[in-house]
Ligand binder design. Structure first.
Ligand code: C2E
Ligand code: CA
Ligand code: CA
Length: 281
């Protein structure tokens, strides 16, 4: 039942309208049970994001990355955390899309970049730090100026900073984007193509953008040993990356078998629960 009174029907229609708008306009949505709970949760998380920004409650966790040839700890990925009191943490998988929709991702992203650069000083010298960037930070913000300012303010060595972008960014392929990526590299940072294989995986991106590193998506690593297709894809991506002089990191390594396979196939670096979970600094 969508509602038994005029006002509850209007309320349900309004919720459905919200979902239609969220899906990019020019579409219609029928109210479905559960939609209102989702919307309530979304508003609740948005509110928590605003408070966390105002009160400086975000935290960065760090997940170690190891070089496979030497077994050495070579870097970490910074992963954003939103503490939620007794409820523990709200996952970035939930709050990042909400931050993007609510127009909060620029402020949050700026904090991550600044905090990441500050953290470099506390990490062992020479250790690299990877930071995740949202496509909106390229579209709506001045990502080059933001990174340049954070590097300048902290005196961090730019060659220790890796910027992770996803294929969804490259969907808006343009000269402007190529110039922006070029400018970030000119600052001395490296660019990593995250979640490779999970999205559109157009090979033309690989020669049009000067990535330093490709990160093989967790979904392929997860299925190593379970299905031969995943092994074939992982092997091919490693060869392809090396042919393009890009280094390859695999994420989501959870077992010794996966680690052995990646090592035998010449993958450069690994990250995953088997080696280390994301932790406070
Ligand atoms: P991601 O960039 O693909 O990050 C890797 C995710 O995989 C992290 O989830 C990490 O905790 C998880 N992970 C690492 N090793 C394993 C493993 O062995 N097994 C499994 N099952 N999972 C593993 P997390 O921290 O929940 O982050 C989720 C996503 O949220 C990230 O995916 C990234 O897209 C986004 N995110 C996190 N921090 C930021 C940020 O500062 N800015 C932006 N724009 N996005 C962020
Ligand atoms: Ca990432
Ligand atoms: Ca990833």
């Amino acid at each position: 039942v969508d509602g038994l009174t005029a006002s509850s029907l209007m309320k349900s229609a309004d919720v459905a309208l919200y979902f239609a708008k969220a899906e990019g306009r020019a579409c219609s949505r029928r109210f479905m049970p559960g939609m209102d709970d989702k919307l309530r949760r979304r508003r609740e998380v948005e509110q928590k994001l605003r408070v966390a920004l105002a009160e400086g409650r975000f935290e960065l966790y760090f997940q170690p990355q190891f070089d496979l040839a030497s077994d050495a700890l070579e870097g970490a990925e910074a992963l954003l955390r939103l503490p939620d009191g007794p409820n523990g943490m709200i996952s970035p998988a939930e709050f990042i899309p909400i931050a993007e929709e609510a127009g909060l991702i620029l402020d949050i992203g700026n904090w991550v970049i600044a905090e990441g650069c500050r953290s470099l000083e506390l990490l062992p010298p020479g250790m690299k730090l990877a930071i995740n960037l949202s496509p909106l930070q390229f579209e709506k913000g001045d990502i080059v100026a933001t990174v340049a300012a954070a590097l300048k303010d902290t005196g961090a060595d730019p060659s220790r900073l890796e910027l992770e972008v996803t294929e969804s960014l490259l969907l808006n392929d343009s000269f402007k984007l190529q110039a922006t990526i070029g400018a970030l590299k000119a600052l001395g940072t490296s660019i990593v193509l995250d979640d490779f294989g999970a999205g559109y995986s157009s090979l033309s991106y690989l020669w049009r953008y000067p990535f330093d590193k490709i990160k093989i998506d967790r979904s392929f690593v997860m299925n190593l040993g379970r299905n031969p297709q995943s092994a074939a894809i992982v092997r091919a991506v490693i060869d392809l990356g090396h042919g393009l002089e890009m280094s390859i990191v695999a994420e989501g390594v959870e077992t010794q078998e996966q680690l052995n396979f990646l090592s035998e196939e010449g993958c450069d670096a690994v990250q995953g629960y088997f080696l280390g979970k994301p932790l406070p600094i």
